[in-house]
Design a protein around this ligand. Structure first.
Ligand code: C2E
Ligand code: MG
Ligand code: MG
Ligand code: MG
Length: 278
């Protein structure tokens, strides 16, 4: 019924598919020039210590300032970048820019904060990631302990042994490692045990219905306890309310990230947030 409702032989369904495909194609064409045309920006979302509210770091989140379409979210263009391989160039830019900005802030006298950068699975597979990390550190002068890299469970299943080797090399440099979106992927606990991870970021899916949903309370409590047993710290993602924060404090979650404290901020706004917060 939906297919024939167009009345001209081309159903709405096909039309919608066609539009989506055209949109995708148009974005992927434009994305090729986004880096060289200087259209990417990093926003920074504060991370705070749950017990004290002290600012401890920030996550760098990329945005695309499209000349015609305005700001495009990474949820929309990162998958395209991954499909087309452009993530390698974009990821390199993100890593360098996050290190450059944080190093500049430290030189301007900001207390040392750790900046977290998201990595895609494709960056592991198709680049010499380790030498790119070394280059970003060397070129910007950022102290290694002021950088954190976020990986996801989806990378884990590809080739765990190679990944573990790389993660060990990253960590030996003094760079921190976090496992992002924890609980939404499918990595087994036996892998988790072998991973040289400093921190687990509990996905917003388990946070959003706290404190009322008792299943989620049990799950989050268990993740925090497990992380502690494995000597890892925990960050709750997507904290939006004081009630969520209170619950997370009672179960000893270490850090909080979410709209309750701040949305991701453009660099200037992050600086203003820092000054107000200190
Ligand atoms: P993520 O790494 O899990 O980042 C957290 C996302 O949750 C961000 O969305 C952030 O704005 C959003 N968020 C934070 N607090 C709250 C909250 O309290 N409520 C709600 N509803 N949302 C909250 P954003 O910036 O749209 O990024 C989406 C995803 O895109 C990221 O998820 C990450 O997977 C990816 N991404 C962003 N920047 C990069 C990048 O530079 N490289 C790569 N590979 N991926 C990136
Ligand atoms: Mg992340
Ligand atoms: Mg996340
Ligand atoms: Mg997430």
């Amino acid at each position: 019924r939906i297919r024939s409702s167009g009345g001209n032989g081309i159903g709405l369904y096909d039309e919608a598919m066609g539009k989506a495909a055209a949109h995708y194609l148009s974005l992927s064409t434009d994305l090729k020039y986004a880096v060289q045309n200087n259209e990417l920006r990093l926003h920074y979302q504060p991370k705070v210590e749950a017990a004290t509210g002290r600012l401890v770091g920030m996550e760098a989140l990329v945005r695309w300032m499209h000349p015609k379409r305005g700001m495009i979210s990474p949820a929309e263009f990162i998958p395209i970048a991954e499909d087309t391989g452009l993530i390698v160039e974009i990821g390199r830019w993100v890593l360098h820019e996050a290190c450059r900005q944080n190093a500049a802030w430290q030189r301007d006298g900001l207390r040392a904060l750790r900046v977290a950068v998201n990595l895609s699975a494709r960056q592991f597979r198709s680049t010499n990631l380790l030498s790119e990390i070394d280059a970003a550190i060397a070129q910007t002068g950022l102290p290694v302990n002021a950088l954190e890299l976020e990986i996801t469970e989806s990378m884990v299943m590809d080739d765990p042994d190679t990944l573990i080797e790389l993660l060990n090399a990253i960590r030996q440099r003094g760079i921190y490692l976090a496992l992002d979106d924890f609980g939404t992927g499918h990595s087994s606990l036996s892998y988790l045990k072998r991973f040289p991870i400093d921190c687990i970021k509990i996905d917003r899916a388990f946070i959003k219905d706290l404190p009322d949903n008792l299943d989620d309370v049990a799950i989050v409590k268990t993740i925090v306890a497990m992380a502690k047993a494995l000597d890892m710290s925990t960050v709750a993602e997507g904290v939006e309310t004081a009630e969520q924060l209170a619950l997370l404090n009672t179960i000893d979650c270490d850090q909080i990230q979410g709209f309750f404290f701040s949305r991701p901020l453009a660099a200037d706004d992050f600086l203003a947030f820092y000054r107000k917060h200190n």
